[in-house]
Design a protein around this ligand. Structure first.
Ligand code: GTP
Ligand code: SPV
Ligand code: MN
Length: 621
């Protein structure tokens, strides 16, 4: 190993760094050469290869405590856990700074920001030059999904943030075993480069959350590369998650007949012991984690979680869909997560080993966020470090504050989570936040109609991305910020998979809305565990055992078709939840037309036909 790079490492690197490169724990030439090239560009003070061990995690977390990035929490509530507080300008994904740099502008399509890849690489190379001075360059070998999968999906993230290393250890399988297998097979890996963009000059004091006001989250779909600069936060920095497992993987899936989707995966078992797996796509902060961890309120029904954010769907030899969760952890929204709304998430994080970001600190060394408990503490330190009391006007925790927890700590995790090649998929559910129009649940009457539901999916915006909150926007398949190529081609890929594998093999498609309001402004549907009533209807529809009414928006249950036993819900509320109103759909169609116009002639004709079918149904209603 030692002479792999003999004589090839440039002398601009410090002797210690050169030595660290020569002692790389792998002889996979392509990898070592890439690390060398990045080290020469970014000029770190040291290079460190993550082995993924507990000892390493504890050591790095200790260093983060010393640096002021982490606060170690008292063990009484969340053992071995830490709180981090970001720069107030680095609290969410930055969609306007996210780019798909395909070779042609058409390759990125009308929904993504595009820059010429050559120009972007030039711009970013200038930014990366010397950007790791005074910092350690960490090399994180990782795999998304199982290392035992038929074709393991490898990546290597280079980062100058120890916070990223610790978080990646929770969110993915990282370290020596991955490196060994990847090196032995000289397997393809996604090169994922990350820097917070805050070099330290000699003697310069570091800050608790280094980042750069200039941010770039960049993807090169043809070469399957990721370049991220300036942010240390979540989806901007943990590059295995949205950047790889959605944007790059969607491009890989398009080229190889599979799908990478922003979906949770849920196992549902009925009172007779029969199980089915569902996936569900809701936009960011619209309830995936909550749905994936739900506790059914109806007798005899059981829910187990397989995944809470990302689903990879492939097709077996018979053309039947199988789904896998590529992640090993949860990066969940804290606000609204509490013992009454999501006890399973609370139990998982109570297992400890959790990194909280931008929550509030309690006086007894623990953390709090809005909705954690019904009782509000008398005093807190808010996420920005200020004293906070119940009279304070601003929330104590940032609305996009997060917990990062190993998935193995989820007690209701389905044992099939670790199936290397996934589980059979029976239904896909779309959903979003809509105060009006969209009924509690509806069933698409064909694969194409279901794809159309996905293409026209809409939701009111949330705090998960920078920008205005509460505005209705179209979010196709909940993938608007995550499609790594041209969206029209992505729609075509969905349609083509249905044609290839046949309607009888494809999962049923449903559309839900937990967020519809009554006239007085309250939620029409209680949500959370009560969503099991909707799950039961879907399950029984798939078995041919539940009724519904054909409407202009597909098959919708009446109040009698749903199991509402023991539920306190008024007639007005259930009516408001299930209503399909022609005037609302007239407005909806205008919004859909405006959205589809964006794609011009490139929109698949099969989507156009579905739009015309919907118009005709509204006309006839
Ligand atoms: P990302 O991690 O950003 O992709 O979000 P997510 O889709 O996993 O959303 P999550 O489950 O974290 O929920 C976000 C917010 O929606 C939380 O504040 C929840 O309390 C709220 N929420 C989730 N499910 C329901 C529901 O059934 N009804 C209502 N009213 N609110 C819900
Ligand atoms: C989302 O925004 O959909 C998330 C959080 O799951 S992040 O990892 O920041 O993308
Ligand atoms: Mn998400």
């Amino acid at each position: 190993m030692t002479d792999l790079l003999n004589g090839t490492i440039s002398s601009t690197l410090a002797p210690e760094v050169r030595q660290q490169l020569e002692q790389a724990p792998t002889d996979y030439r392509e990898l070592v050469e890439w690390v060398t090239e990045i080290a020469e560009l970014t000029e770190p003070a040291a290079i460190y290869w993550a082995d993924g061990s507990q000892e390493e995690y504890d050591r790095l977390a200790g260093e983060l405590v010393e640096a002021g990035t982490f606060i170690k929490l008292s063990d009484h509530e969340f053992p071995n856990s830490y709180a981090a507080f970001s720069d107030p300008d680095d609290v969410a994904r930055v969609e306007e700074r996210t780019f798909i740099c395909s070779e042609t502008e058409a390759g990125a399509g009308p929904t993504n920001n595009w820059r010429d890849p050559v120009e972007m690489k030039q711009t970013m190379t200038d930014l990366y030059r010397g950007c790791m001075r005074g910092r350690t360059l960490f090399v994180i070998p990782f795999v998304m999904g199982s290392l035992d999968a038929t074709e393991p999906k490898y990546g290597v993230e280079i980062t100058d943030s120890a916070y990223v290393v610790c978080s990646m250890r929770i969110m993915a399988t990282i370290g020596s075993d991955v490196l060994k297998k990847m090196s032995e097979t000289e397997a393809f890996f996604v090169k994922a480069l990350h820097s917070v963009g805050a070099p330290l000059e000699e003697g310069q004091q570091d800050v608790a959350w280094p980042c750069n006001p200039e941010k770039y989250i960049v993807h090169f779909p043809e070469t399957r590369e990721i370049w991220s600069f300036g942010s240390g936060y979540g989806g901007n920095a943990l590059l295995g998650k949205k950047c790889y497992a959605l944007r790059i993987a969607s491009a890989l899936g398009h080229d190889n007949g599979w799908m990478a989707e922003h979906m949770l995966i849920l196992k549902v078992t009925n009172p007779e012991g029969k199980s089915k797996f569902f996936s569900a796509a809701f936009p960011s902060a619209c309830g995936k984690t909550n749905f994936a961890m739900m506790e059914p309120t109806i007798d005899g029904w059981k829910a187990e979680m397989v995944g809470d954010d990302i689903a990879w769907i492939s097709f077996d030899a018979e053309g039947k869909p199988r789904v896998v969760n590529p992640e090993a952890g949860m990066f969940g929204v804290a606000p609204g997560t509490g013992w009454s709304t999501n006890p399973n998430a609370m139990r998982a994080i109570s297992g400890g080993n959790t990194i909280f970001t931008n929550v509030a600190l309690t006086d007894d060394g623990s953390v709090w966020w809005e909705g954690k408990t019904d009782e509000v503490p008398e005093h807190l330190i808010d996420w920005q470090g200020n004293d906070w009391t119940p009279d304070s006007v601003r929330p104590a925790a940032h609305p996009n504050s997060r917990f990062c927890t190993p998935i193995e700590q989820v007690e209701m995790l389905a044992p099939e989570f670790s199936e290397p090649d996934g589980v059979p998929l029976s239904a896909m559910i779309f959903g979003g936040r809509r105060k009006t129009t969209i009924p509690l649940v509806s069933e698409a009457q064909s694969w194409e109609q279901g794809v159309f539901r996905g293409v026209t999916l809409s939701s009111e915006t949330t705090a998960a991305a920078k920008g205005a909150v509460g505005v209705v926007r179209r979010d196709p398949m909940a993938m608007l910020p995550f499609i790594g190529y041209n969206a029209s081609d992505y729609f075509r890929h969905w349609l083509d998979l249905g044609e290839k594998h046949g309607e009888e093999n494809m999962p049923g498609i449903y559309y839900v809305n937990w967020f519809r309001r009554t006239e007085d402004g309250g939620f029409a549907w209680p949500g959370f565990g009560e969503n099991s009533r909707v799950v039961k209807w879907i399950f029984n529809r798939l078995e041919g055992k539940a009724d519904g009414q054909e409407t202009l928006f597909g098959v919708v249950p009446t109040a009698e078709d749903l199991d509402l036993t023991g539920l306190e819900i008024s007639d007005e509320e259930i009516e408001a939840a299930l209503a399909v109103k022609v005037d609302e759909f007239e407005t909806e169609l205008a919004g859909i037309d405006e959205w589809l116009a964006k794609f011009g002639d490139d929109l698949p004709a099969r989507i156009r036909e579905q739009r015309d079918d919907m118009a005709a149904r509204i006309e006839a209603a």
